[in-house]
Design a protein around this ligand. Structure first.
Ligand code: NAP
Length: 305
């Protein structure tokens, strides 16, 4: 492993999971961390999310050859900028943000003297904070790296090796393509879940207790996604605005087509559509990205999306 010391800024679900996974998979590596909240720092130290929790980010990054920002997407630039002097000049800077174009620009502007190779582990749960992290989060999940076109290939392969050591499969993509793909696979589904859960809670003719009582009819699965962290998801939509709006337009057109099929009684169209979507679910299970059991195998894993 090319890196000897990783510093993690932000000790919530992602930062905590990286810290635990490094200690398990790369025991020779030093792991330091910092979080803005004193309460989170205390809990992170209690859980041993990293080997040493520091009160300041400057202390946490001192001597690190890999610095990973694990804060909400909208905070990346502001958190990184004051660390320009504190991060070693030859250290690699990365992040785990859910959108890539804007974050890459902001980290680049905040740390103009450093090499920045953004990354996004496509692994998460609806839980956040220092109690949410677990070492197995990245196992058999994809991690997308979005290096700038001209990059240091040795540093890039070191970052790939780092994520592979934590159990992830790594794929390289342009930040533009990443944002489009994630808009449809992650951001739009979250927007739909937030919408439908909000709609149900605003209904006047159906009571709240009925919504909760009969939630196993499908609603329940949306509520899990809609319980995701509000700060992070506000930032995701604001930092990936264009791609989300493009996908939302496509989605609205497809929804209108299904609406028409229901109105005119076109059962064949509905059946064909639902049969096609069922095949997609089967492919996800075959590729090991989910579990076919009714609880998605969550009772076994304890956690995991
Ligand atoms: P999280 O559990 O809320 O953790 C974020 C942590 O960053 C919190 O502990 C927060 O502190 C801390 N923080 C906020 N501002 C900070 C600052 N200025 N300096 C230091 N720490 C700061 O969220 P998460 O799920 O780990 O998300 C972190 C990043 O991972 C986001 O960019 C997100 O897009 C990305 N991501 C998330 C998922 C997912 O499913 N959740 C998946 C892939 C990638 P307090 O809240 O304690 O104040």
């Amino acid at each position: 492993m090319a890196f000897r010391h990783v510093a993690i800024i932000g000790l919530g679900l992602q930062g905590g999971s990286i810290g635990l996974a490094v200690q398990e998979a790369l025991p020779d590596m030093r792991v330091t961390g910092h979080d803005i909240s004193a309460e989170t720092r205390l809990r992170a130290a209690e859980r041993g999310l990293v080997q040493q929790v520091f009160e300041t980010a400057e202390e946490a990054v001192s001597g690190a050859d890999l610095v990973i920002f694990c804060v909400p997407p909208g905070a990346m630039g502001a958190v990184a900028a004051p660390l320009r002097e504190a991060i070693a000049p030859d250290a690699l800077v990365s992040d785990v943000g859910s959108s890539k174009q804007l974050i890459a620009r902001e980290l680049g502007a905040a740390l103009p003297d450093h090499l920045v190779i953004p990354a996004h582990p496509v692994a998460g749960t609806e839980n956040s904070g220092p109690d949410a992290g677990f070492a197995a989060l990245f196992r058999n999940r994809w991690c997308i790296v979005t290096p700038p076109e001209q990059t240091d290939l040795l540093k890039l392969s070191a970052l790939v090796e780092f994520w592979e050591a934590l159990g992830a499969n790594v794929e390289r993509m342009s930040p533009e393509h990443h944002d489009l793909v994630l808009a449809v696979t992650s951001h739009l589904p979250h927007l739909i879940a937030y919408t439908i859960v909000g709609t149900a809670s605003d209904l006047e003719d159906v009571t709240q207790s009925e919504v909760i009582k009969y939630s196993a009819g499908g609603f329940r699965d949306f509520t899990r996604i809609a319980a995701s962290d509000p700060t992070m998801w506000r930032d995701v939509f604001l930092t990936n605005r264009e791609a989300v709006l493009t996908m939302l337009q496509r989605f609205t057109e497809d929804l209108t087509a299904l609406q028409r099929a229901i109105r005119v009684g076109d059962g064949d169209q509905l059946f064909d559509h639902f049969a096609r979507t069922r095949d997609i679910r089967r492919s996800i299970i075959q590729e090991g990205q989910d579990d076919s059991r009714p609880d998605f195998g969550r009772s076994d894993h304890g956690k995991g999306k």
